[in-house]
Each structure stands twice: as C-alpha cells, then as structure tokens.
Design a protein around this ligand. Structure first.
Ligand SMILES: *Cc1c(COP(=O)(O)O)cnc(C)c1O
Length: 353
C-alpha cells in the first residue's frame, strides 16, 4: 500500500467554507472540511482515510489520556498568484515527526501516509488556502496512543491524523519575556527535542505565572544552571548583539526548528554574521546594559518571526531599542516571500502540492 489511489476518500457533501470570515480568523480555531486518519494496529499501519472533519470515539482507558503518548507537528501551506499551493520544507517536519515518535516509543509513520496523505488532503481543501496577503493554511499532523488499558506500557494501537486550519499572519503584539530562573522546559535525557504534547503542558503553569507578572512568554534556560539561553516560549530564540545574530545550537533540550535553520541560512545569504553557540544570560544582561543588544526574536512556524520588546531578569526589566530597520522584520519579509512564492526560492525549500 503506497500510492495515492490507496487512500480511501469520502468527500464531505457540504462545505463550511462560506460560514468562515477569512479576514478575522483566530489562530487554530477553525478547521477545514476534511481530515486524514490512519490507524496502527496488529503491528501495521492500516489504510489511510480522508473523510469529513468530525469528532471520533475513543476508549476512556486509551493510553494517551493516562501516559501522554502524543506528538505533533506544525507546518504551513501557501497559495501563490497562479493558484498553486506550496508546502515549506515538509521533509523536515516528516523526519522530525518520526524522531519524536521514536522518542515516545511510538511507531514511525510511513512517508506515503504523511506526505502523500497531506498533499491529497490539501488538494481536497484547496479552496481554504487563500492567496491574500498573510494568509496560509496551518497544518497539524499528530499521533496519539489509542490502545486501551491503564497498564503503564506503550500502546499497541495508535492513530495518526492531519487536520488543517486557515490562518492569517499572526501578530502577538509587543512581547515581553522573563528569563527562567527556576522552571525548565526540558532537561538532558528528557523529551525536549521531541515535539511532544507533554512539553507544552509542562510549560503552561510557569507561563501563567509569567503572565500574571505582565510577561507574555518565558525565555527558557538550561535546567542544570539556568545560565544559558535556550528557547523563547514555544519558539527558538535569536539575539542580535551589534550586527551579529546569535542562537543556541540544538541539543537534547532544544527543538530543531525548521524556521530556526531557515533563518540561519537566510541570514548567512544576506551576509549577516551568524554564531551558533551557547548564549549566556550574563552576556545578554551585559550587552543590554552597554547598549550592544539590539534585538531578540523568536522563530517558529506559527508566527514565523516574533520580535521581543524587552526581557526581565532577577527583577530588572531591560527594554530593547526601537529600531527603524530590524533583522527580525527583514528576515521575516524575505522568508515569507520565499514561502508564498513572491521571491525566488534559491534554497529549494518549497514543494508544490
Ligand atoms: C515547534 C517548536 C519550535 C519551532 O519549530 P518550527 O519547525 O520552526 O515550527 C521551537 N521550539 C519548540 C519547543 C517547538 O515546539
């Protein structure tokens, strides 16, 4: 089973598309007409199926509810002026998904199910991808343990799904962050490098505490010493000191973001000096005090680039300068232009659906 004709397709008889206000979308709240489902049982992946988007039944003892075997991906599709739909580096998401699966003792998903399944699904819901400025289709592949029984063992049954959500460009406004001094997102030997649901639930409480103090996000530091800057919320993080862009190397504690590696390649092409190395909290505070810290921004699929207005550390707030021209804005414009096919993709990152 490995050709598109092997995907069972049941088309929705009606479409919800006319009920959607594409100008006023709340990120990730509306889903398209169809979804993809593929179950794993008896040691094998079953026939993938595309069917109308709808809830499904699941046993209360399913292992996902009790032991958290759940992973996901986040990707986007864009429509160009000629009405063609493009994915951005889907091979990277596919590879990372299976790395996450392995780390959570879940089965790897075949490329045919993930990639061909996704293309087939998007083709059915192509009308939901808009060309208008800043529009995209947010893609959420995920896998959960569906096997029943509360014995603490990996499940023998899983469900892989893909759902699609129309999106406008995502502005989170002015983001103030606090540097983590106690809580951690990830630890060596843990699951920080996997896109696992549990990494997110673990972040919610410390993030809520930060919110209560007036900060939107946390800059995570290494769990052992809290001296190295690692990620910002659920994004990879970049620092601009003078005209050099700094970001931490990926590790067991840092997610290998597709946006992160694309920003690094793009910045290098623009002749921006990039250093991939550990960045110390001490160094950041020093740079902020002497005025050489120009920018901090997060990088991730949903927001692409998210500029940070300032950071707090040990009770002191450091405001970043307001720049006329920023690396964040320049890189975001150039990266988005490649994704939407408004600029030539010299890297070969875009893949036609
Ligand atoms: C998804 C994610 C990112 C960003 O990865 P992209 O591939 O760029 O979307 C960064 N950090 C964490 C913790 C993430 O979950």
């Amino acid at each position: 089973m490995n050709t598109i004709s092997d995907i069972k397709i049941t088309q929705s008889l009606t479409s919800k598309i006319n009920e959607v206000d594409f100008e006023n979308l709340t990120f990730g709240s509306i889903f398209t007409d169809h979804m993809l489902i593929c179950d794993f049982k008896n040691g094998a992946w079953q026939q993938p199926e595309i069917k109308p988007y709808e809830p499904f039944l699941i046993d209360p003892s399913a292992k996902v509810f009790h032991y958290g075997q759940a992973i996901f991906e986040g990707m986007k599709a864009y429509k160009d002026a000629a009405n063609d739909v493009w994915l951005f580096r889907p091979d990277q998401n596919f590879e990372r998904f299976n790395k996450s699966a392995t780390r959570l003792a879940m089965p790897e998903v075949p490329e045919f199910v993930f990639i061909d399944g996704l293309k087939t699904l998007i083709n059915l819901d192509k009308a939901w991808v808009k060309h208008e400025n800043g529009s995209s289709l947010y893609i959420r592949p995920f896998m959960i343990a569906t096997g029943s029984g509360v014995i603490a063992q990996p499940s023998t049954q899983y469900r892989f799904m893909i759902i699609l959500s129309p999106a406008k460009s995502y502005y989170s406004g002015e983001v103030k962050v606090i540097i983590a001094e106690h809580y951690s997102r990830a630890a060596n030997g843990g699951i920080g490098a996997a896109k696992a649901a549990g990494n997110y639930s673990a972040q919610f409480y410390p993030t809520k505490l930060a919110n209560d103090e007036g900060f939107q996000q946390i800059i995570w530091t290494d769990d052992a010493t809290h001296t190295k800057l690692e990620e910002a919320g659920t994004m990879n993080v970049f620092f601009r000191i003078n005209d050099t862009l700094l970001t931490a190397p990926t590790s067991e504690r840092i997610l290998d973001g597709v946006t992160r590696k694309s920003v690094i390649d793009l910045a290098k092409r623009e002749n921006i000096e990039v250093e991939v190395r550990s960045v110390l909290v001490e160094e950041l505070v020093h740079a902020a005090k002497e005025g050489s810290l120009k920018e901090i921004f997060g990088a991730g699929t949903a927001a692409v680039i998210n500029p940070i207005a300032g950071f707090s550390y040990q009770g002191t707030y450091y405001e970043l300068p307001k720049l006329e021209t920023s690396f964040a804005q320049d890189i975001k414009t150039k990266l988005t232009a490649i994704q939407t096919k408004d600029a030539e993709d010299t890297f070969g990152w875009t893949v036609k659906v």
